[in-house]
Design a protein around this ligand. Sequence first.
Ligand code: MSP
Length: 644
Amino acid sequence: MTTFYLTTPIYYVNARPHLGHACTTIMADAMCRYHRLAGDRVYLLTGTDEHGERIAQVAAKAGKTPQAYADEIAGAFRETWRRLGITNDDFIRTTEPRHQKVVREILQRLFDAGEIYFGEYGGWYCYGCERFYTEKEIVDGKCPDHQTALTFIKEKNYFFKMSKYQQWLIQHLADNPGFIQPERYRNEVLGFLREPLQDLSISRPRSRVDWGIPLPFDDQYVTYVWFDALINYYSAVSDPDNPDTQGLWEHVEHLIGKDILKPHGVYWPTMLKAAGIPLYRRLNVHGYWSLGGSKMSKSIGNVVEAFQLTDKYGHDAFRYFLLREMAFGLDASFSEEALVDRLNADLANDLGNLVSRATTLLAASGPVARVTAPADAADREIWAAASEAKTAVAHEMEEFAFQKALAEIWRFIGAVNRYVDASAPWALAKDPAKRGRLERVLCTLADSLGFLGIMLDPFLPDAAQKIRAAVGWTDEPRLEAATVGRLGAVPAVSRVSGLFPRIDTRVPRPGGEQGRPGVRAGQAGEPGDGKPAEIPPGKIPITDFQKVELRVAEVLAAERVPKSKKLLKLTIRVGDESRTLVAGIAEHYEPGNLVGRKVVIVANLEPATLMGIESNGMVLAASHEGTVSLLTLDKDVPPGSRVK
Ligand code: MSP
């Protein structure tokens, strides 16, 4: 049995999960689901990177200990992946003892072997990246990643003799062309290696940074965060008492974004080589999503909460967009409009239509125990298209080329849609003499749906499951069962409609202006499809409602506004942010009773100044005959949660 062990980067806990993190994790999940379909032994690892100066700083700013802060954000990552349906087998945190133990063992091993020495180094340091930059890498005197000024730091530290491995790594890349893919990133690493490789400072003095793993041979120093973090991939699977992780390491592949190529392409292989640990099998590097032209990164402040759009359009649609829109290795641009276009064209139109049409026909005709009519050229074309798609998907998935794999599946969907049009089963059904042909067409359709129910599983897990259920498939999906042409019967099929509701982008607005995308119930291809929805008088389109951002907020402090009978000044927390809001509830609530309560606010109201205080938002309350009642929640959800 083939073993496939895949890792995502472990994400820093200084920011909540966002679209960029979701992209890598979804890609990893799709890849692992594909390997599971193939019957491989699969292990998917993700986790959080919790040490270092940056984390200590944000925790201090939030008034928390680094550990408490890390616990909170690690929890948010875990929860995000659970909600997105990520099938990770483990979630590692660098503050866990199981990890720290392995880091210290490796450090000691390298120290004993003379691979680590004590020395002094002065260089340009980026606090954001927590690393030194060489003169060549610096752009306009700034960090190329964060575009912030660098600081010259000179200090005594422990160094790993990385320079010693420069020639070895160049040779390894020459001997193993597929070690880093796509090729552009292999070339980029070879580019780094054209310059003399420096030794790597692997410690930070405790006097400057205290939040880290103490060096086993000098407790005045903690481990450099990258040296600590990279080892997670190994520490997670190196417990000799855990049977689930035995024999995985030799098969490990990493998936990362291009921002962390150097640590993974240079530091990590040299560290492994020096420690006598087998190298990873392959490093797979994807490009970066940009949003409105600028890079999406927590430090640049342009962060997207992954959930805002997954909740709005559904996990499958969001996942599909990320996988379909980004050519693996290249950058891509994210926009809600592009997502809606994909959803409408590929999911609602091509796939949703096919599933709706085919299941409607199949459900209406009922099962056929034995199809005797022979297949004709059109059927054989579908069989061949399925087999070609399957082979092509296997080839593309080998290189993490999700976008190409999906294009192949969509080519098949297009072929089946054309087959339905050309064979016109609704016309065949009217002529009893054509019963045999009708049965064969239905058989090919049911077969094609079964095929899609398997092939789509890595990319659209929920929709694929629904398709399989519609054709009565209850077994675990397996690639070996994904064939078209074997079926000699038509199973009982239940109708599936509205697999992907079409998003109407043409809702008429007052004044005739184009609307923002909004969900309109109904399946593409059904009567009325494509026509602007009519809005009855007195009603608003859902797109208008969606403009109002309602969120849960926690009251941190409350006080009366001086000289006002009605107003309270509230300090509230919404997600990571705290803000001031003025509420007209002073006659109904004692300030002290509000602290710690969770309320619902309109979060995107333009600021207003009341009695000289700027209010950012509005608290929601019901009122009836002089009674005012604040909207509260009947289950605990974190501040910042969206209310819809
Ligand atoms: N903690 C380090 C990784 C240590 S791994 C041993 C780190 N963490 S991070 O939180 O900054 O995550 C970086 C990774 O998040 C990227 O490599 C990529 O996988 C993902 N992305 C973050 N922003 C992204 C985009 N805008 N676009 C695509 N992926 C992005 O670096």
